[in-house]
Structure formats: C-alpha cells, structure tokens
Design a protein around this ligand. Structure first.
Ligand code: B1M
Length: 209
C-alpha cells in the first residue's frame, strides 16, 4: 500500500540487475494476490485494495519498460476482460509478459462488450492483405463468478460467425479452472501470467489458422 516505496524498490531491482519479469510475477503479482486473500478474509477493504493497486502500478510502470522480448513477432494475441468486469490488474500483467515473450498484443481493455471480441478476431483475420499467416490467439480474463460464463458466450459468438476454427482461445482469472475452460470450449487455460505465456506459445505453435 506504499506507492513511493514500491517505485523505489522497482528502481532498485533494475539497478541491481535483477529480472523485471520475476519482480512482476514474484513481487507485484504475489503482493496483489496476498491483498486479494486478505480482502476475501475481510482483513482489509476496498480503500486498501485500491491503494495496493496504486502501489502495484507504481512498480509496474517502471518495470514494464524493461521487460524485453526476442525482438520479433511470434503472433498476435487479442486480450480483454469481459463485459461487466472491471478487474484488469491480472490482465495487464499477462499483457506485459506476453508482449515480452514476443507477441503483438491488441488490448481491448476491460468491461469489453462481448461482440467486440468477435469483431476484433474478424478484423484481424480479414486484415491479411499482406499474405500474413501469423497465429492468432484470443485471451479473455474474468475475475468474477458472475461474469466468467460470458467467456463461453464469446466462444458461441465466434462459432456463429464461422470464426472459431481460425482462432485459439485461452481464458484466465482467479475463479477460472481447467474444468471450466474445457466446459465452455476454450482451447487453453492458465492460472498465472507465466503459465499464460507458456500456454499461448503452445496454442500459437499448434497453428491457429
Ligand atoms: Co473486486 N472482487 N470487486 N475489486 N476484487 C474480487 C474479484 C472478489 C473475489 C472479492 C471478494 O468478494 N472476495 C469479488 C468477486 C466475487 C465473485 O466472484 N462474484 C469482487 C467483487 C464482488 C467486486 C465488486 C462487485 C465489489 C463491489 O463494488 N461491491 C466490484 C466489481 C466491479 C466490476 O467489475 N463490475 C469490485 C471492484 C474492485 C476494485 C475496483 C476495488 C478492484 C479492481 C481494480 C482493478 O482491477 N483495476 C478490486 C480488486 C483489486 C479485487 C481483488 C481484491 C483482487 C483482484 C486482483 O487484482 N488480484 C479480488 C479478490 C481476489 O481475487 N481474491 C476481488 C491480483 C491479480 C494479479 O491477480 O487478477 O487473479 P488476478 O490475475 C492473475 C491470474 O488470475 C492470471 O494471471 C494473473 C497474474 O498472475 N490471469 C490470467 C488473469 N487473467 C488471465 C488471463 C489469461 C491467463 C491468466 O489468459 C487470457
């Protein structure tokens, strides 16, 4: 909950040549997870959580500039938090890690209307006048049990639009499980940002075209 201190520590990470990726996943994300557990246990409340997010972003904004990738595009990932859900801290961490792994990310943001996901997929697939055959992955995030079924609705929309076979879908967020992901017909699931990168690499390697 101390933005100045977190910023100072993030700068120290860089000065000491430590890995900004590790600082993000093992430091910032772990800290937010701890706040999440405290919030759930009613040991802290919304103002503290917001202060913790502010502190998280104070470190995140410094570290993200130093997360480097392989310098070539390995494919494109469309990312967003589903309609009705404004929790985007996890999605933003996933985004930076996926970018660092060399993927181009189209970030649709949070509280994304469901048809917008399908539109983004359609627009990417139709914009291949350069003959590009890069892989395409759609990543959806949801932090609430009330909004997570909407990820399945997006998959249905892709199906109806005849786009489903041309894109791999990965879902994530604290309440999401492998079983849930399989149940809604997603191709992949990841419990954290590091596994999200590995899963997206796997999906992209399968040739999602
Ligand atoms: Co709210 N909130 N919140 N909240 N909040 C939860 C989610 C909740 C579980 C708390 C609780 O009651 N125990 C609960 C949901 C209950 C349910 O499921 N039905 C809840 C609620 C109810 C609400 C409100 C409705 C509260 C209210 O107003 N009455 C409201 C909802 C508003 C809305 O969305 N419409 C609300 C608001 C907020 C804040 C604005 C205060 C703030 C969000 C700030 C923001 O995100 N910009 C907030 C926060 C911070 C939380 C908790 C405390 C922490 C979430 C978080 O940031 N975790 C959360 C409690 C909890 O999770 N235990 C809670 C840290 C983050 C790094 O982890 O997001 O899980 P996470 O991401 C991880 C992995 O999940 C994974 O990688 C990430 C990094 O390792 N991952 C993916 C995430 N997306 C992925 C996508 C992938 C793959 C992996 O592939 C595409």
């Amino acid at each position: 909950m101390k933005p100045e201190l977190v910023a100072e520590l993030a700068r120290k990470v860089l000065e000491q040549g430590l890995s900004p990726e590790d600082a993000m996943t093992q430091g910032l994300a772990a800290g937010m997870r701890r706040m999440g557990e405290k919030f759930t246990a009613k040991q802290c409340f919304v103002p503290e959580v917001l202060l913790a997010s502010k502190a998280m972003y104070a470190g995140f904004d410094i570290l993200k500039e130093h997360v480097t990738g392989p310098g070539r595009t390995r494919g494109r990932v469309i990312l967003g938090v589903v309609q009705g859900d404004i929790h985007d801290i996890g999605k933003n961490i996933v985004k930076v890690m996926v970018q660092a792994a060399g993927f181009e990310v189209i970030d649709l943001g949070r509280n994304v209307p469901l048809p917008e996901f399908a539109r983004a997929v359609e627009s990417d697939l139709s914009d291949r006048s350069d003959g590009s055959d890069r892989s395409l992955v759609l990543g959806m995030s949801s932090l609430m049990t009330t909004t997570m079924p909407r990820m399945g609705k997006v998959i249905d929309l892709l199906d109806k639009a005849g786009l489903r076979k041309q894109v791999k879908v990965i879902v994530g967020g604290a309440p999401v499980t492998t079983g849930f992901a399989q149940g809604i017909g997603a191709d992949g699931f990841a419990p954290d940002a590091h596994s999200a990168v590995l899963e997206i690499e796997r999906l992209a390697g399968q040739g999602s075209r």
